[in-house]
Design a protein around this ligand. Structure first.
Ligand code: IPM
Ligand code: MN
Length: 354
């Protein structure tokens, strides 16, 4: 029987996106030589350049095209000459929403040899995942502006969640805690003392579902402000942290810094029943474009997440292990230009170690 073939849609995107994505593709090709599967990559040029040339952002037909793939691999979206919001909403958020990638899975893991700003904390202390709800909340709530440019201008943007969105996200978090099999703990990050409607819904659903269907998983609750405090002070408390879209966006930048910065932080926009998209958390870093000095490890980490999502667990761990060997034994720093290697050399190091 022919070995398994995965069809990947690649959107290198803007700025340094193409440079880091090509290192990830290099690693996927290397890993496919060792295991019983192969990849077909199809490239799409959506992003700032195409928008400026043609006016096209992301046509609906592209969404249908993407549905034919096993996964999407995205570099970065964001162009200095395009007004903020246009590409983010028109490409990144459109893909997340239209493909109903309702989970944004963002591991916060400190690899060996990587410097963290957290005093006296090491890899054994910083190893948890944030399950960010990715389809609702402030990102898709209704809103608008009236009486614009008058002294009485009104702006509304509402945080909207329905039980279905909350429930599927919580279930994913509980199941992920079971799968991780670390502390078997899910922490809900909310704001039940102020957002007494939305996070009340979350908290009730959390305990109802947890008690009934996941009795082996411990449940903790943290307000979002306190979550930020504990992420700095006691990150070892966390195993799986689940939260709404906006809080998840904010706390994962904090989490990324504690794991060594944007050069290393990866994420997956998951639709467990559909097409998922893997992207580094960092942006397009336009000022470093083409210099070959950007850190590709976040993008490479995404490939390990992609393999995990395909249930190619051995290959996923091989990529992660190779990354850890590189951070632990090779790179001088995670920072742009200070790695001691070029972008493609870092890709070579990881690829040769899988
Ligand atoms: C992220 C980004 C996006 C978000 C932006 C670019 C729309 O900050 O992936 O975290 O807010 O989700
Ligand atoms: Mn963000």
């Amino acid at each position: 029987m022919a070995s398994k073939n995965y069809k990947i849609a690649v959107i290198p995107g803007d700025g340094t996106g193409p440079e880091v994505v090509s290192e990830g593709v290099k690693v996927l090709n290397a890993v496919s030589e060792k295991y019983d599967f192969s990849f077909d990559f199809t490239y799409f040029d959506f992003g700032g350049e195409r928008y400026m040339k043609t006016g096209e952002i992301l046509p609906d037909s592209a969404i249908d095209d993407f549905k034919q793939f096993d996964a999407i691999y995205l570099g970065a979206i964001g162009h200095p000459d395009v007004k903020p919001g246009v590409l983010e909403k028109g490409i990144l958020l459109k893909l997340r929403f239209e493909l109903d990638q309702y989970i944004n899975l963002r591991p916060v893991k400190l690899y060996p040899g990587v410097e963290t700003p957290l005093k006296d904390k090491g890899p054994e202390d910083i190893d948890y995942v944030v399950v960010r709800e990715n389809s609702g909340g402030l990102y898709t709530g209704t809103g608008g502006i009236s009486m614009k440019n008058t002294p009485h201008e009104v702006a509304v943007q509402s945080m909207v969640y329905n039980r279905h969105q909350v429930e599927r996200c919580l279930r994913f978090a509980f199941e992920y805690a079971q799968k991780r099999n670390k502390d078997k703990t899910v922490g809900l990050c909310g704001k039940t003392n102020v957002l007494t409607y939305v996070y009340d819904l979350w908290e009730r659903a959390f305990h109802e579902i947890g008690e009934k269907d996941y009795p082996d998983i411990r449940r903790d609750y943290y307000h979002v402000d306190a979550t930020c405090m504990w992420m700095v002070k006691n990150p070892e408390w966390f195993d799986v942290l689940v939260t709404g879209n906006m809080f998840g966006d904010i706390i994962t930048d904090l989490g990324a810094m504690t794991q060594g910065g944007m050069g290393i932080a990866a994420g997956g926009n998951l639709n467990p029943e559909g097409v998922s998209m893997f992207e580094p958390i960092g942006g397009s870093a336009p000022k470093y474009t083409g210099k070959g000095i950007i850190n590709p490890l976040a993008a490479i980490s995404c490939t390990s997440m992609m393999l995990e999502y395909f249930d190619e667990m051995e290959a996923s761990r091989a990529v992660e292990q190779s990354i850890m060997n590189v951070t632990g034994n090779k790179l001088k720093s995670m920072s742009v230009g200070k790695m001691g290697y070029s972008t493609s050399e870092v890709g070579d190091l990881v690829a040769s170690g899988v």
